[in-house]
Design a protein around this ligand. Structure first.
Ligand code: HEM
Length: 485
């Protein structure tokens, strides 16, 4: 590792030596180095130069203002085995193909589209609360919220992508889909596979290679298979619910989409849109039992604005600033992607007098950015009040001209910023506000919840835990009585 003021393109002794520090909790190592080497430093891993960005203004200068240079992806070796089955693609420029995928995806993720399927998000959030109520047996049985959160997010994505939903956490697709997403997160950490950085290892048989191939096959079989089912129905003229797969089938010729394009786009929704929103619901559920006073304050706000005869809705959000602030604070302290998705310099670039060669991987170090004591005083304390004046959505906040005022960096930055922000925020709002409305959430005595450990390399969710969910009153069961889970 080098101070960035040194010339960043000689091989350093730290190259593979740095690796052990970056396999587990890489964000803590990068944070530690940021404190010694500053907001912009470089590190070699094997044959790859990384530049680590830990400051909002630098993030904006590089990824937004110079987005034409810093929007390519480095396809990690394992990821390329996964997504493209080793077709020899090791770097993916932000080219016409990716722009096309993003454009088609966005027809299902823009504000108008999300408004059109908010009834789906609403239904799934309600059915989540009902499933938790049933599983907790009125507060008597400890509940692990993870499969329920996973199923809720999965149903939203299967409905948007393929036009169907699953019936319950025992549906085999729930297990299969959640396993695929988890395996993707475990195979594709931005800095975590040695094989990505040591070319000689790519020539040898190794377990990550096999896992990558198996995962690719799983994605193509499961999600590519659903796309084909939808396409066949469209061709036969059978009725098909509006969904991404239907759109792709309709524009296939005009957009020159092949089977793999369609399977990848569907997989991107199922990978990008399931473990992520589910992770926030899980971090919220794992964290909130330790804060009874925050729950109480949120419940007072909910009771005065919404009352006890209905669930909170999308329209209520603007009138519930404290609940809105709780969500932003959970996202700050438990970003599922501390290191985002790396961007790559597509040409040589000089920034503040420093030379960033073409193909350098640029990592957004959001852990350090989310714990900056100047932006977030007392940064290790969970304190929703810090967002109480912030009435913007995260999608709006990402467009602020002053980058230090942005709420957080969970959705990434620049041209590749998460296109699913609007749907993600709506899902999270509906589920979290309804959990606060419905339950008192407490720890199980003698079973402390571990908030430090986590599952996943590229995406994080809490290790398994159980909590007690006590319905706040009888109106919860009454309102949910006729809801189908
Ligand atoms: C809490 C929820 C979510 C988080 C934290 C999240 C985060 C991210 C991040 C960090 C990126 C990379 C951004 C960058 O390159 O700078 C990304 C990309 C992406 N996200 Fe999300 N996301 C979430 C929800 C969703 C949802 C609901 C969808 C729905 C389909 C989605 C679809 C995608 C897709 C397709 C990409 C790839 C975009 C590209 O490469 O151009 N995400 N997301």
């Amino acid at each position: 590792m080098e101070n960035y003021s040194s010339v960043p393109f000689f091989s350093s002794a730290a190259s593979t030596g740095s690796f052990p520090f970056l396999t587990r909790y890489p964000e803590l190592t990068l944070d530690y180095w940021a404190k010694s080497f500053g907001d912009l430093y470089s590190v070699w891993l094997g044959n790859q130069l990384f530049v680590i960005v830990s400051d909002p203004a630098i993030a904006k200068d590089l990824m937004v203002t110079n987005g034409s240079v810093f929007s390519s992806r480095k396809e990690m070796y394992v990821k390329s085995q996964t997504v493209f089955a080793g077709r020899g693609i090791t770097a993916t420029p932000y080219n016409d193909r990716w722009r096309k995928h993003r454009r088609i995806a966005f027809t299902w993720l823009n504000q108008r589209a999300v408004d059109s399927y908010t009834a789906t998000l609403d239904r799934e959030a309600t059915s989540l609360i009902k499933a938790l109520l049933v599983a907790s047996d009125g507060g008597k049985t400890p509940v692990n919220p993870q499969p329920h959160a996973g199923r809720c997010s999965l149903n939203n994505m299967t409905t948007i992508t393929f036009g169907f939903r699953t019936d319950g956490i025992d549906d085999p697709l729930v297990k299969r889909a959640l396993k695929l997403s988890r395996e993707f997160m475990n195979c594709t950490g931005p800095m975590s596979n040695l094989v990505d950085f040591i070319p000689i290892l790519q020539k040898l048989p190794n377990p990550m290679f096999t896992r990558g191939k198996r995962l690719h096959q799983g994605l193509v079989d499961v999600y590519g298979g659903f796309v084909k089912d939808v396409e066949a129905k469209v061709k036969r003229g059978e009725p098909v619910n509006d969904c991404l797969a239907k759109t792709m089938a309709e524009v296939r010729e005009e957009e020159k989409l092949d089977d793999l394009d369609m399977a990848i786009m569907a997989s991107a929704f199922l990978i990008g849109g399931v473990e992520t929103t589910a992770a926030i619901m899980q971090w919220f559920s794992a964290l909130i039992p330790a804060y009874p006073e925050i729950q109480k304050k949120a419940q007072e706000e909910l009771d005065s604005v919404v009352g006890r005869s209905r669930l909170p809705t999308v329209e209520d959000e603007k009138n519930l600033p404290y609940c809105h602030a709780i969500i932003k604070e959970v996202e700050r302290v438990h970003n599922p992607f501390w290191l985002g998705t790396p961007h790559v310099a597509s040409e040589d670039f000089t920034y503040r007098g420093k030379y960033i060669p073409k193909n350098t991987v640029v990592v957004l170090n959001t852990f350090t950015m989310h714990h900056d004591p100047e932006r977030y005083p007392d940064p290790y304390t969970f304190n929703p009040d810090r967002y109480i004046e912030d009435n913007l959505t995260s999608a709006e906040s990402a467009n602020l001209s002053e980058p230090h005022k942005r709420d957080h960096w969970m959705f990434g930055a620049g041209r590749r910023i998460c296109p699913g922000m609007i749907v993600a925020e709506r899902e999270i709002w509906l589920t979290v506000s309804r959990m606060l409305w419905a339950f008192d959430m407490t720890e199980i005595p003698g079973e402390p919840i571990d908030l430090k450990e986590y599952d996943g390399l590229s995406g994080r969710s809490p290790v398994p835990f159980k909590i007690k969910l006590t319905p706040r009153d009888e109106s919860v069961a009454e309102i949910l009585r006729n809801v189908k889970v």
